[in-house]
Design a protein around this ligand. Structure first.
Ligand SMILES: Nc1ncnc2c1ncn2[C@@H]1O[C@H](COP(=O)(O)OP(=O)(O)OP(=O)(O)O)[C@@H](O)[C@H]1O
Length: 518
């Protein structure tokens, strides 16, 4: 018997932006009833391929078929009619509308007497959509804009799951979700697979891909390098396929142990939304801050960076009192910040890379009254770009033209450009490929070897355990006493409600997990 026709095939997909190829004949074939991973380094062409399937970007050439029949996708409407649904960070949501209105966007609202919008019915239906993912903390009536990133993603996912589709395309859906929320999403994705529909899943989280997905297509430099069952390939081989070289270890070893000198002290310092905070960091120390989204992690780093009112207590940076009146004052004091929402807060996307990097360092660059020239700015930016392995045509390329992961690298390049004494990183590896992650961790190690202290806010627990000297898991605006990664597994088990020790947990932490798992 002939095998069933693929649910979707996109063959020889080609797309260039202003003559620069993003896809050079990539192939993607998704069978019915499978969860298919689309993998590749930052800039490999994954988002471009997805945008072509969504009808948002027109390919230069492509042969697209569903169930073996050629189809044309020339608008978001045609993609929708073919049963394709997209969950993508950048696709339509309206923050000023309610959660329920966002869930029903583009669909017919429930009506009374066939004319009037049935608002109660709309909210009820929206609640049912949220219930499917077990979400009970989001009110369908509240404005979408009042929710955090993770909750907004849950709303997007609920909306996409509202009607039965053929193929759900998800771009980094778990990037802003907690471990518990991710598990609930995976359960729903497996239900989708069992019903015969399929999922195209883009993620840089390899452990997730290896446990969830059946097959993978790997893109490199706009070409499909390989495609096949994940059961036939090891984690390390998948990494090598993606980046074209071997990554020996996930985390670089510390170059030196943290020093004895104190780098930063918070003494009962107070800011709205947080209980009084006290802790100290040594030079070269990396403090990890974890917690469910909205537990106060952002408030903490923003206040240290001069972005929030300080209502009590004090901070010390090195030997001097530190009370930045603004982020600019924090930069001047040697504190650098990589914000969580890079497009909204970290970048001027319609300006070139070099301007984005030098923006915070103009004074430093225009040394001793010399005028800063675009040439010197570009040279400075090119050096830093090489340090963070930025994939771009050059320092003059506009940031909007970069892939998501490369935009993140621009923000990081700016943060390290001024040789900071205290580096505040919020989700620095979100959306960043596995090779570049290692590079970012290496940069953290280099900085700490030079004596910088780092506060790393992350929802990536392996990363926290792999890179941090001490970890605090925040709860309801409180920063508990800091613990070592080894004892942190205990807290992880109670907060993230896991059934057993996850595969990534180092052996040193496993026994502690087993003893305390709920
Ligand atoms: N609007 C655009 N204008 C110019 N070039 C673009 C544009 N969008 C993407 N590109 C380029 O196309 C290439 C592929 O980018 P794409 O966003 O598809 O990569 P990706 O695999 O999704 O990466 P990431 O994992 O970082 O999101 C990159 O070199 C990027 O710079």
């Amino acid at each position: 018997m002939a095998p069933p026709a693929p649910l979707l095939s996109a063959i020889a997909v080609t797309k260039a932006y202003a003559g620069v190829p993003a896809l050079s004949g990539a192939d993607l074939v998704v069978a019915p009833g499978e969860i298919h991973a689309l993998m590749g380094e930052n800039g490999a062409g994954k988002s471009t391929l997805i945008k072509i399937l969504a009808g948002v970007v027109a390919p230069d050439a492509a042969v697209i078929a569903m169930d073996g029949t050629p189809v044309t996708i020339d608008s978001t409407k045609s993609a929708y009619r073919l049963g394709l649904r997209f969950i993508h960070q950048e696709f339509n949501v309206v923050p000023t509308l309610s959660v329920a209105e966002n869930i029903f966007m583009g669909r017919r609202y429930p009506r009374r007497a066939g004319i009037f919008v049935d608002w109660a019915g709309l909210n009820r239906e929206a609640q049912r959509a949220l219930d499917r993912l077990g979400i009970d903390h989001i009110d369908p009536k509240q404005n979408l804009g009042s929710l955090g990133l993770g909750d907004q993603m849950l709303v997007r996912i609920s909306a996409a799951l509202l009607d039965d589709a053929r193929l759900y395309v998800m771009d980094e859906p778990t990037a802003a979700l907690t471990a518990d929320e991710s598990q609930r999403l995976f359960r729903v994705l497996r239900e989708i697979r069992a019903s015969g529909s399929s999922v195209l899943y883009v993620s840089h989280r390899l452990d997730e891909v290896m446990t969830l997905c059946d097959k993978a297509t790997v893109l490199r430099d706009g070409r499909s390098i390989d495609s096949g069952a994940l059961s036939n390939i090891t984690h390390d081989d998948l990494v090598s396929l993606m980046i074209g070289r071997k990554v020996e270890e996930a985390y670089p070893k510390p170059v030196a142990a943290p020093g004895h000198k104190t780098a930063f002290v918070a003494d009962r310092f107070e800011t709205p939304g947080l209980a009084p905070v006290s802790f100290s960091l040594r030079e070269g120390e990396v403090l990890g801050v974890a917690g469910l989204s909205g537990s106060g992690q952002s408030e903490l780093v923003r206040a240290i960076f001069g972005g929030a009112r300080i209502t009590g207590g004090s901070m010390t940076l090195g030997d001097a009192a530190y009370a930045p009146a603004s982020p600019a004052a924090a930069w001047r004091s040697g504190v650098a910040y990589v914000p969580r929402e890079r497009r909204a807060e970290g970048l001027v996307v319609r300006r070139p890379i070099y301007e984005n990097i030098t923006l915070a360092h103009l004074k430093r660059q225009s040394r001793a009254g010399t005028w800063l020239t675009p040439k010197s700015e570009k040279r400075f930016a090119a050096e830093l770009g090489a340090t963070v392995r930025l994939k771009a045509t050059g320092p003059a390329q506009d940031v909007i033209e970069l892939s998501g992961g490369n935009q993140q690298k621009v923000v990081l390049a700016r943060a390290i450009a001024g040789d900071p004494r205290l580096l505040l990183l919020e989700e620095p590896t979100r959306g960043v490929d596995v090779g570049a992650k290692f590079d970012i961790y290496s940069i953290i190690r280099e900085r700490t070897a030079k004596g910088a202290a780092v506060i790393l806010v992350s929802s990536d627990l392996p990363e926290l355990i792999g890179i941090c000297d001490r970890i605090a898991i925040m709860r309801e605006g409180r920063l508990p006493p800091l613990s070592t990664p080894q004892v942190c597994a205990k807290t992880i088990s109670s907060i993230f409600v896991m059934a057993g020790p996850p595969a990534w947990l180092p052996r040193t932490c496993r026994s502690s997990f087993a003893a305390t798992a709920p």
